[in-house]
Design a protein around this ligand. Structure first.
Ligand SMILES: [Zn+2]
Length: 441
């Protein structure tokens, strides 16, 4: 399986995080079902957007790509995603890209013009079959100013010249750099072979990126099938509008991780079916928080119940096997919580708690202990720290022992005003922070 990875010139936004989490879920399911799964997700570390960022900051492109690759890894680790088996970097595959270009030139699918190498779209009869675009659509879709060196308006760049301080590599066609589409074709050929089972990516990559990947790979491999199954995730929207930088309605994952635990963001991303658009809002985030609170609360109540390693509940696997129905899989977790809360004997409780934890782990959730979960606080919070809370809780216990109920109530109010809720149970007093997420900035 191959998924198109990030272009590392900025922090990723929540729209970029959706494919990472959705395909992580697919990877987990495939590993559960098949013995040999190889998942590759690339890093695009050569791109004109990286060049622009580097020159505006007076840095090298590797400064920029290195910094944002690290940030990417850090951010997605907070969403509890597994690392892919292979993470190829585009700049480590320049010679493989050269070989692919040469093979396309040899087979008359590409031509050299004005320092560029271009793929000749009319040379491939089936071009456009993935996106369902016909010849008229392609011509109409081409920019008004078609570069004069193009034989056909739909032709796309495989190699382009670099001048001045633009980064580049020597090649048989002059000093230059690869086109973006070529990078994925070359990395897939190198690491996974000529035909792969699954190719994943966001819906916005279907045209032209994936269409062009198919053209390059199929034509350089003499017509051999490139990919057996394509999997595309839908857009993230806000108030029904596609999230995008130009509209200014987007959130970086980093901003969201400051106000909500990574598990809440992961839960929210899995709460809709991957092929449908997912509307992102504070309400949606709070719903996910409330859902996870309910699960953690049950685990907290049943903290004394032993659990064992058990298989992932079959209903959860079946939901995922049905076109990755993650909302249904999450509903299975909720069903287990209801059963656990209603169970009357310890045997049932043990079994249900074990299944709940196995299912949660499989979904990349329930990674925290319940006490820690309820103590999480947003980065910008100026509230009481844990030590101070513990001190006040102990003072209140002392006051209650001395039957000083006025003092005990005063402390409870003080904590409540600071957003700390107390719960007096059989095992003593526990506390948790109010968990409403506020996205107003
Ligand atoms: Zn790609």
């Amino acid at each position: 399986m191959y998924a198109c990875g990030p272009t590392v010139y900025n922090f990723i936004h929540i729209g970029n995080a959706r494919p990472i989490v959705v395909f992580d879920m697919l990877y987990r399911l495939l590993k559960h079902t098949y013995e040999n799964v190889v998942y590759a997700r690339n890093i695009t570390d050569i791109d004109d957007k990286i060049n622009a960022t580097a020159s505006s900051l007076g840095e090298t492109i590797s400064d920029v790509s290195g910094r944002y690759t690290d940030a990417f890894h850090e951010d997605i680790a907070s969403l509890h995603t597994l690392m892919p088996d292979i993470e190829p970097f585009a700049t480590n595959h320049i010679s493989e890209m050269h070989s692919m270009i040469q093979s396309l030139l040899d087979k008359d699918h590409a031509y050299v013009a004005d320092g560029h190498v271009l793929f000749n779209v009319p040379s491939m009869k089936e071009y456009g079959s993935l996106s369902g675009r016909n010849r008229e659509d392609l011509i109409a879709g081409a920019r008004v100013d078609v570069a004069p060196y193009k034989r056909d308006p739909a032709d796309f760049v495989l190699w382009k010249p670099s001048t001045g301080d633009q980064p580049g590599w020597d090649s048989p066609w002059g000093f230059g750099r690869p086109g973006w589409h070529l990078e994925c074709s070359a990395m897939i050929e190198t690491h996974l072979g000529e035909t792969i089972d699954i190719h994943a990516g966001g819906q916005d990559l279907i045209f032209p990126h994936h269409e062009n990947e198919i053209a390059q790979s199929v034509c350089s491999h003499g017509g051999k099938e490139f990919c057996r199954y394509w999997v595309h995730n839908g857009y993230i929207t806000t108030r029904g509008e596609k999230m995008s930088k130009s509209v200014g309605n987007f959130f970086t994952l980093r901003e969201l991780l400051d106000i909500a635990p990574g598990e809440v963001i992961r839960f929210a991303l899995l709460s809709g079916h991957y092929r449908k658009p997912l509307d992102w809002s504070v309400d949606a985030l709070n719903q996910s928080r409330a859902s996870l609170d309910r699960i953690y609360q049950s685990l907290q109540i049943h903290c004394d119940i032993q659990f064992t390693d058990v298989d992932v509940p079959i209903g959860l696997i079946e939901a995922l096997e049905d076109d990755l129905n993650t909302p249904m899989a999450l509903a299975v977790l909720h069903g287990l919580v209801s059963e656990l809360n209603n169970a009357s004997n310890d045997n049932d409780k043990r079994r249900l708690k074990s299944e709940l934890l196995a299912g949660g782990k499989f979904l990349g959730l329930l990674t925290t202990d319940p006490d820690g979960w309820f103590k999480w606080q947003p980065k910008a919070a100026s509230g009481l720290d844990e030590q101070e809370i513990e001190r006040l809780v102990n003072l209140r216990i002392e006051a209650r022992k001395n039957k000083d109920f006025a003092e005990s109530d005063r402390i409870r109010d003080e904590l409540s005003n600071a957003g700390i809720q107390l719960e007096d149970g059989a095992n003593g007093t526990t506390w948790h922070r109010a968990s409403v997420i506020d996205m107003e900035t």
